[in-house]
Design a protein around this ligand. Sequence first.
Ligand code: CA
Length: 228
Amino acid sequence: MKKVLILEDEVSIRSFVVINLKRAGYEAIEAGTGQEALDKLKEHPDIGVAILDIMLPDIDGFEVCRTIRATNKSIGIIMLTARTQEMDKVTGLMTGADDYVTKPFSPAELTARIDALYRRIGGDGAGEGAEQQQGPFLLNTRNRTLEKNGKRIKLTQVEYAIMKLFMQNPGRALSREDILTSVWGRDFDGELKIVDVNIRRLRIKIEDDTANPTYITTVWGYGYKWGA
Ligand code: CA
């Protein structure tokens, strides 16, 4: 699922945005302070778009934007501004924002801007670096390869897609339906069993001990969880 960060200290506005993001099919990651936003971005390197309020209790939104941009060129950034002064827009764009939305805004307006940004930055893969390291695993999204302790593990395209999904959702229980939809596509008409078959194969390739998997663990009656 495409992730969007919403940084806004006003709880009522934040909840309003969250509800509408979910309705539009996005996963919403919430932050109430600038520092929290930076922490959440580290936690979720696959966030594709960040919505940043400007007036915050700690660091202002422009500073947050500048800090994000210093290390992340690909993430889409939308500034939320309460004021309509040209100054805010100019400052926002100069600190590296891609777009701005003026409060009060309609949910349709905001999601249209997010959709547009997502399209521009290239969808799901944007916002993540070409390489992702977790525990002994290094996933390279440019070459679509996986290494464990520096050694290449040969994966099928489907296995690669599952690994990518796992590494984008560390510690999170994914249902077999989630995995099926995300890897095979919404229109895929196959059985959930195909997920289990591929996980079994993946475990043989990546686990230290296939009989006692520690990286891909089973969530009984639900699905699987990644924890490297
Ligand atoms: Ca505010």
